[in-house]
Write a protein that binds this ligand. Structure first.
Ligand code: ASP
Length: 438
């Protein structure tokens, strides 16, 4: 029998109806033995996630405000779920304890983590699965980074003693015993860590969409779904803003070679997207796997005759960025010029200083910064094999009347990046999409 770890996102557990749906998904396959829930998410568009409500409580206490009424709303959500599920479970002691801990300022991360904690207690009770608190199996180091080795060893030993278990997402424990969370959306990471620890055959990540789309649905109407994507392709796309899965969730399972399957709780019959380590298969018709992009970049362009023969030129320029704690995104360069693409926000308040330092370090003939650059990444493992893909991308963009300001084909050969003006972003994205997806 296969072993699956299943993670359910906040929208999949926003109310009792969703809890029932989640339980039926879990019970439909005995391989789904380890479950990682998020905190209750939004039930409707203007609703507030429980995690955000807990952060708000924390802030209110800090400002000296009374949280009785507001915290009462959190209690109502959980009590409402329990009541509608018809289980005999009293969490009032837990709720009182958490409230008093909040009032005694027991930490922002502690506050946020209780959303997952309570949801997991309820789900475990409802499913009749064991409850394993993440604070006993997920460890951070003193410097706040995740302690992979310790976690894997202890979690593995602990979980394999339980046939079925629910482990809250999003948090773990610091060496001094305080609770620490991952960054927002971090339950995805917990799911991945659990999958690795128990040696799962598959990590199912259940959310409210049927996997990854080939492009952002806010720009492309009803984009095609991606059936299979490799970890590397996913990295390229999520780096460019395609969000379904937390970026860091890839690492533990990738390390262990466990595929991730993104599934839709509201449409469980859909296959969703499979994220795999390697596959040479690709859709010969579509060729590319996905397109994603981001606005808000700037290009620092430096020109100097004979730059190519000046040893250490690049290093000196990059050193200036390093001293200013700026990371660069791309570095397209020519013989006598070098361009550095950075996110515009990182330049705020430091432009003059950076220009002056570069001037001093390498004495260029000219140097200037241009803003409003958008980057579009066209990603696909099939690109290396399908000739003419780059030409098709650039033709599509220019046929749409959009000027290409920068091109970068990563050495990975799974992506082509085009830089265009911010305001032409949608036009370019649509043009590329239409070129490849009929
Ligand atoms: N509940 C947390 C958040 O809202 C973590 C998660 O959902 O994965 O960010």
């Amino acid at each position: 029998m296969k072993l699956k770890v299943v993670k359910f996102g906040g929208s999949s557990l926003a109310d009792a109806e969703h809890f029932k749906q989640v339980a039926s998904i879990i019970k439909a396959d005995p391989a789904r033995r380890y479950v990682v829930p998020s905190a209750p998410g939004k039930r409707y568009k203007d609703d507030t996630k429980v995690t955000d409500m807990l952060y708000n409580c924390y802030d209110m206490v800090r400002k000296g405000q009374n949280i009785d009424e507001y915290y009462g709303k959190i209690c109502d959500r959980y009590n409402g779920i329990i009541k509608e599920l018809g289980i005999n479970f009293d969490i009032s002691g837990e709720l009182d304890y958490i409230k008093s801990a909040l009032m005694h300022r027991s930490g922002r991360d502690f506050a946020a983590s209780r959303g997952e904690y309570l949801n997991s207690l309820i789900l475990a009770k409802y499913l009749k699965y064991d409850f394993i608190d993440a604070e006993n199996v997920i460890f951070f180091k003193d410097n706040g980074t995740f302690d992979q080795e310790k976690t894997n060893e202890i979690m593995s030993r602990e979980l394999l003693q339980h046939k079925t278990a629910v482990i809250p997402g999003f948090y773990g424990v610091m060496p001094n015993g305080t609770i620490k969370t991952f960054s927002r959306g971090g339950s995805d990471i917990t799911g991945s860590i659990v999958a690795r620890a128990v040696g799962a055959d598959l990590y199912e990540n259940w959310t409210d969409v049927s996997g990854f789309m080939m492009a952002d649905p806010r720009v492309i109407d009803n984009p095609a779904a991606i059936a299979t994507i490799t970890y590397r392709e996913l990295r390229e796309l999520s780096y460019m803003g395609a969000t379904v899965l937390h970026e860091d969730a890839i690492f533990p399972v990738r390390y262990a070679g466990i595929p991730i399957n993104i599934r839709n709780t509201n449409s469980p019959a859909d296959d969703g997207t499979m994220i795999v380590a390697e596959t040479s298969d690709y859709d010969t018709e579509k060729v590319i796997t996905g397109i994603a992009g981001k606005k808000g970049f700037s290009v620092i362009t430096i020109e100097k005759d004979m730059m190519n023969s000046e040893i250490g030129f690049g290093r000196k320029v990059l050193e200036v960025l390093e001293d200013n704690e700026i990371s660069f995104e791309h570095l397209p360069s020519g013989i006598d010029n070098m361009s550095i693409v950075v996110s515009s926000a990182t330049l705020d308040g430091r432009r003059d200083k950076i220009l002056a330092s570069i001037n001093r370090m390498v004495r260029p003939d000219s140097i200037h910064i241009e803003d409003n650059l958008a980057l579009i990444a066209v990603v696909g493992r099939g690109m290396v094999k399908a000739r003419g893909t780059a030409a098709r991308v650039f033709n599509a963009i220019s046929n749409a009347g959009v000027n290409i300001r920068m091109i970068d084909q990563g050495s990975s050969e799974i992506s082509i990046i085009a830089g265009i003006e911010d305001h032409e972003f949608d036009t370019a994205l649509k043009a590329i999409y239409n070129e490849f997806v009929k």
